[in-house]
Design a protein around this ligand. Structure first.
Ligand code: ADP
Ligand code: MG
Length: 204
C-alpha cells in the first residue's frame, strides 16, 4: 500500500467534509476543527518527500501536521503519524502486519500525549476500536484491505457512539453535560482518516 496515497486521500476527505467537522466543533468547541485539518493535511501533502520508504513519508506528514495544524488536534494527529512512521522504520513496503503495528503505535502516541481514555469523547473513541478491529481481522487471517475495511467500519461506529457521551478531555469538556448529544469532531475526523486508509488499501 502506498503511504503517499493515504495522506492524499485523507486530505481530500477532510477537505470535502471540512464544513461538517467545523459544524460539529462549533456545537461543542470553538468551530475550527475543519479548518485546522484542512490546513494540516494540505501541509502534509505539500511535505510529501517523494521516493522514500513509507515510514519516512508518514514521519514527514506528521511533522508538517504538527507545525501547521492549530488546536489540540494538530499535535495529536502529528504524533499519531510520526509514531506510525517510526514503527514502520525502513520497511520498503506497507503490509497487513507492519501496518497493524504502526496503527497500534499511533494509538499509543495519542493516548500518551492526550491522556484520554475510551469514553472520554475524543478521537480515541474512534481510533481505539479501529485498531482493535484491525488486529482482530489480522489474527483471523485477513489481508491488508479487509483489515483496513474493518478498522474503517469500527472507527465510524466509534465516532457515532460519541454522540451521547459527556466530554472529559479537551475544549468540549468545559461544557460538561451540555456536550452530550453531539458527535465529537475529532472522532469524526479520525473516522475519515481511517476510511482514507481503507479506500487506498482496497485500491479505490
Ligand atoms: P481545539 O479543541 O484546540 O480547538 P480541534 O478543534 O482541532 O482543537 O480538535 C478538537 C478535537 O481534538 C476533539 O474533538 C477531540 O477529539 C480531540 N482532542 C482534544 N483533546 C484531546 C485529548 N486530550 N486526547 C485526545 N483527543 C483530544
Ligand atoms: Mg476546535
Amino acid at each position: 500500500m502506498n503511504a503517499d496515497a493515504w495522506i492524499r486521500r485523507a486530505a481530500a476527505l477532510v477537505t470535502t467534509d471540512a464544513e461538517r467537522l467545523t459544524r460539529l466543533d462549533a456545537a461543542i468547541g470553538d468551530g475550527d476543527h475543519g479548518l485546522n485539518l484542512e490546513r494540516g493535511f494540505s501541509a502534509a501533502v505539500a511535505a510529501l518527500p517523494g521516493d522514500v520508504p513509507p515510514g519516512k513519508v508518514l514521519l514527514a506528514a506528521g511533522r508538517a501536521i504538527v507545525s501547521k495544524t492549530g488546536g489540540a488536534s494538530g499535535p495529536l494527529y502529528g504524533t499519531a503519524l510520526r509514531r506510525a512512521g517510526k514503527s514502520l522504520g525502513d520497511a520498503p513496503e506497507i503490509g497487513a502486519a507492519n501496518l497493524g503495528a504502526a496503527l497500534r503505535a499511533a494509538l499509543d502516541g495519542v493516548r500518551e500525549l492526550g491522556k484520554a481514555e475510551e469514553g472520554d469523547k475524543t478521537m480515541v473513541d474512534a481510533l481505539a476500536p479501529a485498531v482493535a478491529a484491525y488486529e482482530r481481522t489480522l489474527e483471523g487471517g485477513g489481508d491488508l484491505a479487509s483489515c483496513a475495511r474493518a478498522a474503517a467500519e469500527a472507527a465510524a461506529q466509534g465516532a457515532d457512539a460519541t454522540v451521547p457521551l459527556t466530554a472529559r478531555k479537551g475544549r468540549a469538556s468545559y461544557l460538561g453535560e451540555r456536550s452530550a448529544g453531539h458527535m465529537d469532531p475529532g472522532a469524526a475526523s479520525t473516522a475519515l482518516i481511517v476510511r482514507a486508509l481503507s479506500d487506498v488499501a482496497s485500491g479505490e
